[in-house]
Design a protein around this ligand. Structure first.
Ligand SMILES: [Zn+2]
Length: 288
């Protein structure tokens, strides 16, 4: 009887742990590595993406996303390419992209970001490695005969966003300020609207074919133009209503963005985009 009890107990435990393992597998974020072009790869962690470049002398990684994602990426890179990670570059300071940098820094990767990103990472105590090298406008990173161009294009979705251009792969990695066939994220917290449109125009003048965003599908330069049109349409129409003295509700009723209705998140986020644009435009009009 005791033996039977024990067997039942063991079975119970193993079923329990199997269920736990299955639940864990379902909860685990989707992680994947896909080659974009040449030696440039795209790393996915659920809804977040970054890129990395493999060279004969080591690997340049970008946004770590979070510590668990970074640990997974580090072991995948070691297993697939057997090269050390030499540089880590942050697109901007926001916690959902920059977290986990210490995973790469602990192995000697040199951490690079815009100078304003370092200030915010320190000030806000972001859970990541503090940048060791910063720059203001432009920096060229060379490793193993390959080049990455880092550019600050002005304020947009934050005051410290940089883009990373991989000339051989004809790819631009740009996070959070150029969604592809998707409206802007919610209500523009931490955003600079007129400068955002200017930085999109600067991206259009850069030399690349493939746009690798921090969320969603890959795009092309045409998607940058389309998103600049959206932002111009949105802010232009909201400003016109605000100047007529219209309330937020009246503005929401008057602004017509229906030509973008096939974009992702249109129903959920475009009213929030109007909301955020209205608040920011009113602040600007008061001279704040
Ligand atoms: Zn962000």
């Amino acid at each position: 009887m005791l033996r039977v009890m024990k067997a039942v107990l063991v079975l119970g435990i193993s079923i329990g742990s199997l269920a736990a393992a299955q639940a864990q597998a379902q909860d685990a974020p989707k992680r994947e590595i896909v080659r974009i072009s040449g030696d440039l790869y795209r790393f996915q962690n659920k809804f977040h993406y970054s890129v990395f470049l493999v060279t004969p002398e080591g690997v340049i990684v970008t946004d770590p996303i979070d510590a668990a994602a970074a640990r997974w990426l580090k072991s995948e890179i070691a297993g697939r390419f057997g090269k050390p990670i030499r540089y880590l570059v942050y697109s901007h300071d926001h916690v959902d992209h920059s977290s986990g940098g210490e995973v790469f820094a602990a192995d000697g990767a040199i951490v690079i970001a815009h100078e304003n990103a370092k200030r915010t990472i320190l000030g806000e105590k972001r859970p990541t490695a503090v940048p060791q090298i910063t720059f203001k406008k432009r920096m060229t990173l060379e490793l193993g005969g390959k080049t990455v161009e880092l550019r600050y294009l002005g304020k947009n979705h934050s005051d410290n966003m940089i883009v990373m251009r991989f000339p051989e792969e004809r790819t631009l990695f740009a996070v959070d300020f150029i969604p592809v066939k998707t409206v802007a994220y919610r209500d523009f917290s931490d955003a600079y609207l007129p400068e955002w449109i200017e930085s999109l125009a600067r991206v259009e003048r850069m030399d690349f074919d493939i746009l690798a965003p921090g969320h969603g599908q890959l795009g092309t330069k045409a998607d940058v133009t389309a998103f600049r049109d959206y932002m111009s349409d949105l802010t232009g129409q909201v400003l016109e209503q605000a100047r007529k003295g219209k309330s937020l509700e009246e503005t929401k009723a008057a602004v017509d963005l229906s030509k973008y209705s096939d974009w992702a998140q249109f129903e959920a986020w475009s009213p929030l985009n109007i909301d955020g644009a209205y608040q920011r435009i009113q602040l600007n009009r008061r001279g704040n």
